[in-house]
Every structure is written in structure tokens, then in C-alpha cells.
Design a protein around this ligand. Structure first.
Ligand code: ZN
Length: 210
């Protein structure tokens, strides 16, 4: 075969490649079967999930306990968390786990394995051969996006007024109390105090920093 032909063939192959990859079905996790029982949360099909992800159940369990900040145990095919946790929260954590530890960032398939090289965790794709280092920080970063901290400056719409006359608004799943505001105000507030999902803020002229 002439070199020109070969190059033409290579170009064609490159054109065809992305389509072939997109033809793969997007990876889907089994639907999580989660049940709140009193003060505990039972993740009934935990092992089904780790089977599908092809990951060590203990690895996922450790990740979840760390992310959720709660104790818990594997009991046969289930996990019992010693706290009330919404299935949405668990779902989000599993998504983060899957993106961080399972899905190949090149081809989007879950056919990967984790290998340790020196002190770095590498995700190796058996489907396309791609390799990437596992950036564990990714998980905590996306987690911190949902967490308010003292000193954060947020823009918030005051949607209500509390008993003491303070304006109240919602930010993510936080209730933020901002004294000196009225319903309908849209203000920048600096978080001065946090207690669970209730935050206190003071009006500030500084720009929002998150
Ligand atoms: Zn791949």
C-alpha cells in the first residue's frame, strides 16, 4: 500500500473513531435501594452496586463513611449506616465515587481497574487502554461546593421574615438568617455563624466569593 493511501486510511479511521465510542451506551448504575429505618439507613443493594462497579465493597464503604461522616457496616449484601441519610445524598456520593474511581475519562466506560504505582493510584481502562491518575481530591472538592463555611460571601434573596424580624433566605439546603434585611431584598451576605443547616450572615458590600 502506498504511503498516501495509508495516511488517508488513518485519517478516515480518526473520523470514524469518536462515533464508535459514542455508540456505547452510557454507563448506568443500578437504581439504589435505600430505606430509612428509625435512626439508621439501610442501603439494601449495596453489593449489587459494587458488583456492577467491580470494586471492593470495603473500598466503597470506606469512601461513603468518610464522605457521609457516619459509622456503618456491611451486613450480608446490605450496608447499614448509623444515621438518617437521604437516598439523594447517597446517590450523589456514589456518582462522585464512580466518576473518580471507575469511569474512564477517555472513553466513558466503566471497564477499568485500579493499579498502584509507587504511591499513586492509576485508573487503567481495559476497553481503550487509557490511563489516568486518580485524583482523590476531586471527591472532596465537589463535596465542598455544597458546604457553607464561615467567611463565605453569598448572594441571597431574602424570601421570608423570621419571628424576630430578621430576613431569611435559602441557599442550597441552608436556611440563612440575615438581620437588617426585608423580604424581597437581594443582598450579599457574609456568613458569620453556622449551626447545622442554619447559617447567620451579615450584609456586606464585598462581592460574593462563591
Ligand atoms: Zn477507556
Amino acid at each position: 500500500m502506498a504511503d498516501d493511501d495509508y495516511m488517508a486510511l488513518l485519517d478516515r479511521a480518526k473520523e470514524v473513531l469518536p462515533e464508535t465510542i459514542e455508540n456505547h451506551e452510557r454507563f448506568e448504575l443500578p437504581e439504589l435501594d435505600i430505606l430509612q429505618e428509625g435512626k439508621t439507613t439501610v442501603f439494601k443493594n449495596f453489593i449489587d452496586v459494587t458488583d456492577k462497579l467491580r470494586r471492593d465493597p470495603l473500598h466503597l464503604l470506606q469512601f461513603l463513611l468518610r464522605e457521609l461522616g457516619t459509622p456503618g457496616n456491611i451486613e450480608s449484601r446490605r450496608v447499614v449506616f448509623k444515621a438518617k441519610i437521604s437516598s439523594q445524598t447517597i446517590n450523589e456520593k456514589i456518582q462522585i465515587y464512580t466518576e473518580t474511581y471507575v469511569i474512564c475519562s477517555e472513553c466513558g466506560l466503566p471497564d477499568t481497574k485500579m493499579v498502584k504505582e509507587d504511591r499513586t493510584l492509576i485508573l487503567e481502562c481495559e476497553a481503550c487502554g487509557a490511563r489516568r491518575s486518580i485524583n482523590v481530591r476531586k471527591a472532596s472538592k465537589s463535596d465542598s461546593q455544597n458546604v457553607l463555611r464561615v467567611g463565605d460571601i453569598i448572594q441571597i434573596l431574602i424570601s421570608d421574615v423570621g419571628k424576630k424580624g430578621d430576613g431569611i433566605g435559602k441557599y442550597m439546603d441552608y436556611i440563612v438568617i440575615v438581620p437588617g434585611t426585608a423580604k424581597g431584598n437581594n443582598v450579599n451576605a457574609k456568613i458569620t455563624n453556622l449551626s447545622g443547616k442554619t447559617a447567620f450572615g451579615s450584609i456586606t458590600a464585598e462581592p460574593a466569593n462563591r
